[in-house]
Design a protein around this ligand. Structure first.
Ligand SMILES: [Zn+2]
Ligand SMILES: [Zn+2]
Length: 346
């Protein structure tokens, strides 16, 4: 088969590679659409890969072309989205249903070969059927959508609340839409990029604040009558937005950190004291799983996509052939050049 194989840092080649062979519990999928995730950048451009050579890609959809003899949940010819986490299902955490915290997990597209290829194999339970009418492109956006929804579910998001979405990247835009779907009273979006804020408005943000504006703090005070927000969802994972999230949460507010920082974060005593003084509930979120595996995040994402309540088409920057993946990474290395998700097709 053809695949984009990573042989070393910055050495990604579109080449011939052995087609995966399945065992009795696995399925073989012909990849129809596959995303490039922010987490793939350090793997390709830096030394973030587990080993070489490796095929990355963990956000994908495709058609089932072969199933092992023990597989009963999916059939050849069905359209699926791929669930990348492969938990051991045996350890303490897995028994609890805390699959994302499994110590013996595998992960398609980082620990085992992923979807930047013509074919990918996965355990049958990692194939989630795409609802009728949901496209393969939308199917490749399932995984990031479930990450956003999981964050809201973990923080106990409730309807009727005044929520701030800090960071309008792919996860932020998806969290914004889920906040709307789940009944947020008011949504305020924060970003530095006015193009992203324009899209946030289209997705239902009632206010947008550009953190590049010199008076943006004044805007927050005006908007919330000095009270801050009831719920804050952070997804950028940089020091500025992590601190901002603690700062703009109101008394007794809830802050959800979905974004993962790549650099150290230093808080002054005053910045930390936000948590004490306002009695904040600060939560983190990791991946997108709940029992029974892979969880309601996956089922609901399919449902909301099918109903047209969740929109992902505008989150796609471009769809290109897998053979042009290196051009995509050249653009991704330039900050601000890519505005959204890049999808790869066979
Ligand atoms: Zn990802
Ligand atoms: Zn486990």
């Amino acid at each position: 088969m053809k695949a984009a194989v990573l042989y070393a840092a910055q050495d990604l080649r579109y080449t011939d590679f052995e087609t995966p062979r399945i065992n009795e519990h696995e399925i073989l999928v012909r990849v129809k659409a596959s995303g490039i995730c922010g987490s793939d950048l350090p793997r390709v451009l830096g030394n973030g890969a587990h080993y070489y050579p490796i095929i990355l890609g963990h956000e994908f959809s495709g058609e089932v072309v072969e199933v092992g003899p023990a597989v009963t949940n999916v059939k050849v010819g069905e359209r699926i989205t791929g669930v990348p986490l492969v938990p051991c299902l045996k350890c303490f955490d897995c028994q609890k249903g805390w699959y994302a915290q499994c110590k013996n997990y595998s992960f398609i597209g980082s620990r085992v070969f992923g979807s930047w290829a013509e074919f990918v194999k996965l355990p049958a339970i990692n194939g989630v059927r795409l609802p009728e009418g949901v496209t393969y492109e939308q199917g490749a956006l399932f995984e990031p959508a479930t990450v956003a929804l999981h964050g809201l579910l973990v923080m106990g998001f409730r309807g009727g609340t005044d929520v701030a979405i800090v960071g309008c990247g792919t996860i932020g835009m998806l969290a914004l839409q889920f906040a709307k779907i789940l009944g947020a009273r008011r949504i305020t979006a924060f970003d530095l990029d006015s193009r992203k804020l324009a899209l946030a408005e289209k997705y239902g943000a009632s206010a947008c604040i550009n953190t590049g504006d010199p008076d943006f703090k004044r805007q927050i005070l005006d908007l919330t009558a000095g009270r801050g927000f009831e719920m804050v969802v952070e997804s950028a994972g940089v020091e500025f937005t992590e601190k901002l999230s603690l700062d703009i949460a109101g008394n007794k507010g809830h802050v959800m950190f979905i974004g993962t920082p790549a650099k150290p974060i230093t808080l002054t005593p005053g910045e930390f004291e936000n948590i004490n003084r306002k009695e904040l509930t600060v939560r983190g979120s990791w991946m997108s799983y709940s029992p029974p595996f892979p969880g309601k995040e996956w089922e609901l994402t399919g449902y909301y996509l099918q109903q047209g309540l969740l929109r992902v088409d505008e989150l796609i920057d471009r769809v290109i052939p897998l053979s042009e993946i290196n051009a995509a990474f050249a653009d991704l290395a330039v900050p601000g050049k890519v505005n959204g998700k890049i999808l790869l097709k066979g």
